[in-house]
Design a protein around this ligand. Structure first.
Ligand code: SF4
Length: 397
């Protein structure tokens, strides 16, 4: 099955607002066809509202436009995210007044209004889905595309796979799943050798509890540089396997699928903004250098197709190498090595396409897609736009 993905590029073909990104978003919304949203339905717009000083999220200008289009159907949209992000969203410009609809914490003000979701995958038995998201009739998965240290990429799937669940589910369960497959042999490793392994990691990602004789590796931040493996040569107690890293993405596909199961197929909409694309995700709570040129906005009814298309567009664009932040240690920039830009930053075992493969296997959508560009440069050149008007006198009254 081939799914349609609508795309509006930041590059536009006429010196006119009618050819630019906001107009392209309107055209994508038309193509997505919000008419399947019925009067009075409660529409959850799941966003990442940023955190602390992290302001590189979907601009409120576009959020407001999407909210207006939903309201036109006579439905009741609301924006949702984790309680803290909602509570201090005002610091990043998101309020009921600016967005045009209420902002409601996804699992209530104390993060305790949840629906237990059976996952039964590796060391994760259940996750607690946000009750507010679960109660909604319609999902608009409104995503900011960016890198992610655990999965390589954070897009439409991650926005609901992690963002759809309460804090402890995200931070203690999903972020711990890589531990499920054994990677350290306690019998081969003496306490002295374990301490050497701890020292070997330049990013302090290995810890050792001497009392319990237990070594733990933080897979989420590991870029697979191999320094620890070099120190382990001749002992062979530690292994870095793609399977451990892939567990995070497989669980993401599963947890996102559980969210989607709570919505009818014709009540699911996906919009991804590939602008302000940073190396790390919005959870870090600080502004970051943009490592990929702005690309544009995508829309689809298929979460797998939009994710695949976004990843492909990012791959085509490539990294802005002089903007890679110094805290990304040893990025793999050799062009003869075939890697997605985010695997260049976060390590080859964090290939961001893994999640779309698992998501397709779960029946969430198709990796085959047709990219349909709205208002391309050529098309815009052929349109006779009315001349651009300027504010030579006040026009607001
Ligand atoms: S591979 Fe590199 S980053 Fe990962 S734990 Fe080993 S030393 Fe640290």
């Amino acid at each position: 099955m081939t799914s349609e993905v609508y795309f509006g590029s930041v590059l536009h073909g006429a010196r006119n607002q009618g050819a630019a990104l906001a107009r392209k978003l309107d055209l994508i919304i038309e193509q997505l066809d919000f008419s399947t949203i019925e009067k009075k339905e409660k529409v959850a717009i799941k966003m990442h509202l940023g955190f602390r000083d992290g302001y590189q999220t979907v601009p409120v200008f576009f959020v407001r436009r999407i909210v207006k289009a939903i309201r036109k159907q006579g439905a009741f949209p609301f924006i949702t995210d984790n309680p803290t992000a909602v509570y201090n969203a005002v610091d990043r410009g998101y309020t009921q007044e600016t967005c045009g609809c209420p902002l409601i914490p996804i699992a209530g003000v104390k993060d305790g209004y949840t629906k237990t979701t059976f996952i039964d995958f590796q060391n994760v038995d259940t996750l607690e889905m946000g009750g507010v998201l679960h109660d909604a009739d319609v999902l608009v998965d409104l995503t900011h595309a960016k890198g992610h240290n655990s999965s390589g990429f954070g897009g439409a799937i991650k926005n609901i796979a992690l963002g759809g669940y309460h804090g402890p589910s995200r931070w203690r369960k999903i972020h711990g799943v890589e531990q499920s497959i054994p990677y350290w042999d306690n019998e081969k490793c003496t306490p002295e050798h374990a301490k050497k392994l701890v020292k070997a990691c330049p990013d302090n990602l290995i810890s050792y509890d001497e009392e319990k004789h237990k070594l733990t590796l933080n897979f989420g931040m590991c870029n697979q540089c191999g320094e620890c493996i070099k120190v382990d040569e001749g002992v062979g107690s530690l292994s870095l396997k793609p399977e451990n890293f892939a567990l995070f993405q497989e669980l993401m596909a599963r947890s996102a699928n559980e969210v989607l199961k709570t919505f009818d197929k014709n009540k699911q909409f996906f919009i991804t903004f590939a602008i302000d694309i940073t190396a790390l995700c919005d959870c870090w709570g600080f502004g970051q250098p943009v490592v990929i040129n702005d690309i544009g906005v995508l829309g689809s009814r298929d979460i797998v197709a939009i994710e695949q298309a976004t990843l492909d567009l990012i791959a085509n664009e490539g990294l802005i190498e002089n903007m890679i932040p110094p805290y990304i240690r040893n990025p793999i920039l050799d062009p003869s090595i075939d890697l997605h830009p985010f695997a260049r930053l976060h390590g080859p075992m964090k290939d961001p396409y893994i999640v779309t493969k698992y998501a397709e296997e779960l029946g969430m959508g198709s990796r085959e897609y047709k990219l349909i560009e709205v208002l391309s440069i050529e098309e815009a050149k052929r349109i006779d736009f009315k001349s651009q008007t300027f504010e030579d006198q006040p026009t607001f009254f």
